[in-house]
Design a protein around this ligand. Structure first.
Ligand code: MN
Length: 269
């Protein structure tokens, strides 16, 4: 193959790859499909959505962001200094969502690899608009609605990885780790500022606090997060848990609550 021919071939394969997503193997196009021909996914993935109260639409979830150590007493119990630390974020995979319909007790599988499986009850903010560098004063305009959620955590794996200065993804970002109730639009319930948040296990209160005790408000979380990532509609933010996180075992029933939202219940199985 002379140089001119080779250059022409590269040009052809590059344009095929760009227009039709044709796989290139060893520098050669695997197909000679005409430029512009339709391509389709090899298979389809289920859309991850959460029901919206009072609507026939569902809320498509794009990304799950979570803020860490956002209540003073919880920050202290996790070994942090709540007065010095800026907010930090992690993500869960979108398909970690487990929808919990109010008025039902949904089976929640005890995950593999852990012997210390913890609950964290949290307010979840669901974004209806996206942006970068969102100012705090405008940030609540980006919230479409709110839900009650659980940031379920394999605490032993999270701690173990943290102690080794490794990413603690395995402790936080596993299958079913993001139970969530339906989304309540701001247009019907307004914003949630001061409200009781609690969690019970088998009827005994374990966590009990008020959303007003967050170190970083939802508006501040959105603003900070938008400096690190471009936010989009469909992004949801787990806004942190109050103190007294703790373990559950198979058979335990978790009930959780935020004033103004229906309670959620899961049974660990
Ligand atoms: Mn959390």
């Amino acid at each position: 193959m002379n140089q001119t021919t080779r250059r022409a071939l590269f040009k052809t394969t590059a344009s095929l790859g760009a227009t039709a997503g044709v796989a290139l193997l060893g520098g050669c196009a695997t197909a000679q499909s005409p430029s512009g021909s339709a391509v389709s996914p090899l298979f389809t993935l289920p859309a991850i959505t959460v029901p919206i109260v009072g609507s026939n639409s569902t809320f498509p979830v794009r990304r799950i962001y979570c803020i860490g150590r956002n209540y003073r007493a919880h920050s202290i119990e996790m070994g942090s200094n709540p007065d010095r630390e800026p907010p930090f974020f992690f993500q869960k995979p979108t398909d970690a969502i487990q929808y919990i319909a109010p008025g039902t007790v949904v089976d929640h599988p005890y995950p593999t690899l852990t012997k210390n499986y913890h609950y964290e009850v949290e307010l979840v903010a669901a974004l209806g608009k996206g942006g970068k560098n969102i100012p705090i004063e405008k940030a609540l305009e980006y919230v479409y609605g709110y839900a009650l959620g659980l940031d379920m955590t394999r605490r032993d794996l999270q701690r173990g990885m943290g102690d080794e200065k490794k990413p603690w993804e395995i402790g936080k970002s596993f299958d079913h780790s993001a139970p969530i109730g339906p989304i309540h639009p701001v247009s019907s319930i307004g914003h949630i500022g001061k409200a009781a948040i609690w969690l019970k296990v088998n009827g005994a209160t374990k966590q009990s606090a008020d959303l007003s005790l967050m170190i970083w408000s939802v508006a501040e979380q959105i603003s900070k997060l938008s400096q690190a990532f471009e936010l989009f509609p469909g992004d949801i933010i787990y806004s942190g848990t109050p103190e007294n996180v703790g373990p559950v075992s198979r058979g335990d029933v978790i009930d959780c609550h935020i004033d103004g939202l229906p309670n959620l219940s899961v049974k660990i199985v």
